[in-house]
Design a protein. Structure first.
Length: 259
């Protein structure tokens, strides 16, 4: 690996960790580098608009160049492109918000968000990063990863987001086994109190899991006994449709995992 690139990536990761702005000392402590090294890298990243310095505090945040790169990634994402019409149809059928996500490290990144089709105020969540272990989208993806990759995900940090978040490897292994058996994942207030999710994995041409699609909303609505089963069917059908569009099922591959 090229050391300078790795260090710059670590700095960008620290600035994208959730804290709005960080000083040089704070960044240096988080990435384990000397302050002069961090300062030099920050100046270079600032030149390319990847970081920005606040004139009043002197602290740094991610710059507009990161947004440009992010938009370029979304525009080039085949998973997102193939899921657009199916996500819209699922939202209309379920009368709920729909997210399409992919796994990045220990988090799932929302690539596409269809608002719940009503007049309530909603916030666009494209780009949101959620710990995989705390959401149905993450469970749906990790459950179908190769065993070695799944073990790596379980070996990472498993911090609680609510009092219901599963944080032990035993509990998560049990939940993932259930997802593999059923073909879908259900999350009840593990990421946000009051909210739930139902998600299913999306497979690509090579048969590996490319991401997941799911409905998200109030737990009382999604998990009501007279609604949940229909949402599970709707989510599963949308996942299979996107998987077929991505090429799963061709060349001898089948979608039995999603049935």
């Amino acid at each position: 690996m090229i050391q300078s690139v790795e260090r710059a990536a670590a700095i960008l990761g620290a600035l994208g960790s959730g804290t709005p702005r960080l000083g040089v000392t704070e960044i240096a402590e988080r990435v384990g580098l000397a302050k002069p090294t961090v300062y030099g890298l920050l100046r270079t990243l600032e030149k390319h608009d990847l970081v920005a310095q606040d004139a009043d505090t002197g602290k740094y945040s991610l710059g507009p160049g990161v947004l440009q790169l992010g938009n370029a990634y979304l525009d080039g994402s085949e998973l997102r492109a193939r899921s657009l019409r199916w996500a819209e149809a699922l939202s209309q059928r379920a009368d709920e918000a729909v997210w399409v996500a992919t796994l990045s490290g220990s988090r799932v990144i929302v690539l596409h968000h269809v608002f719940r089709p009503d007049n309530t105020v909603q916030i666009l969540e494209v780009g949101a990063a959620i710990p995989w272990h705390a959401c149905a989208l993450g469970h749906a993806i990790v459950a179908f990863l190769p065993e070695a990759h799944r073990a790596r995900a379980l070996a990472g940090e498993l911090a609680p987001l609510t009092g219901r978040t599963k944080t032990t490897r035993t509990a998560l292994n049990r939940a993932l086994a259930q997802v593999r058996q059923r073909g879908y994942a259900v999350e009840d207030q593990e990421a946000t109190v009051g909210d739930a999710g139902i998600a299913a994995p999306i497979l690509a041409r090579d048969g590996v899991v490319a991401g997941a699609i799911g409905v998200v909303g109030a737990a009382g609505r999604l998990l009501a006994p007279d609604v949940r089963d229909e949402l599970v069917r709707a989510v599963g059908e949308a996942a299979r449709a996107i998987s077929r569009d991505l090429g799963a099922g061709r060349g001898g591959l089948v979608l039995s995992a999603l049935s």
